[in-house]
Design a protein around this ligand. Sequence first.
Ligand code: SF4
Length: 470
Amino acid sequence: MILDLGGFIIFMKALLVNPWITDFAAYDFWLKPLGLLYVGAYLKRMGFEVHLIDLLNRHDPQLKKYVNVPKDKFYRTGKFPHLEINKPDVLSFMPRIYKRYGAPDKYFLDKLAKIGEVDIILVTSTLTYWYPGYWKTIEFLNNYYEKKVPIIFGGFYVRNLPSHAKKAKAVIFSGNDLNRLPRILEQLLNKNFKCENIDWFEELDPAYDLYSKDSKVGYLVFTTTIGCPYKCTYCIAHRMWNGMRFRTVKKVVDSIEKFAEMFQVKDIVFFDDAILVNSKNHFNLILKEIISRNLKLNFHLPNGIHAKLVNEETVELMKEANFKTIKLGYETTGELQLKTGGKVIDRDLINAARIFRKFGFTEKEVSAYIMVNIPGQKVKDVVEAMKICKNEGIDFSINEFTPIIGTDDWIDLINQGKLTGMEDPVLLNNTVLPFWWKYGMNSDVIQYLKSIARKIKEGGAVADIERIFE
Ligand code: SF4
């Protein structure tokens, strides 16, 4: 029920859709459509009746009736069900099978039929190179509703590449302030809504309650802050928000407790970009609150925390609160550490690893992300980073670099003539890049580095292999 400006009661129904994604490989490493859930909370507050279809929710028990759902791996993560599809023409050179990840068409159709007529649809997005999946979802919805229901398209891809996203035949929402939504809705629905600006990040919980009562979510994702004060050349996060915001500690922990109870989940994931900033007044207090409420949950930090900001007080509290997955953003050794923004140097990583070890964490819980193929990176920078992790008793994982559109690295590569800036986003998929881009490590070198990684993890010597690339 919504009161319009004339004081009349109107009923409006909104459908939120977390779309399919398309890639050569994809894994549910705790992916929840957090932004879309905030949109849901905002619309509910406006008075909309809100429905959600999450095509990537592997834990919906209904899904098993339609498709074979791969079993969970660690802490409720796992593989998505998928459908093999034709590659976009621009990817025809790729020697891999292209897939659409997420629920099958029939699941989508049955959910739509159950929800019935709606007034407005909102579709979200994340990685830019998954856009064919988003477009297919919007096409599916336009066919189902015969283009009679307006679709608002938002999320990271849309914010990052609005002119490209416009081709999806939906109305673009390229901002990140939800207070802009009512004006867009007024135009599309031809109504006048009575709405005041709200501090939505502080006031609203992500609307997990939109997952129906008989649905399961597997795990819950939250962010306690938005923004990041660092300015790494390969990252876009600092350009997404103006400054940093911290949600009140009590609200953060209330929200965790409420939804963990509602869905009976054990695994809580923080997806902050910079959760350790000002930890004395923020993260440490959250940890103390979790401990004092004796929540008995598993906590995970998969988003590369800042080694520079790790300290004994925080780590001791993390141990007590039961953190099970801690990823440190390391990326590389060598001169690129400072050239790419200086968020971490070797000494920070070593110091952080030692603190985690001191408080009883092992390589099972703590690992570092190492990036491969950063412009100007040498093979030995990668191998050295792996060795330091091994020596310090933490695990590591290799991530392939990709020039994210709008980052300093992307701009520099265009200025150097190494990218045109007009590449189809699917070509900037980190799996695809080494197969066509002449200015970095090719796919053979990357495969070789992965084999070195395996060898180092097993405790093998790597001196001979390093020499091959020098
Ligand atoms: S990589 Fe991490 S530290 Fe650097 S700008 Fe991005 S979020 Fe911030």
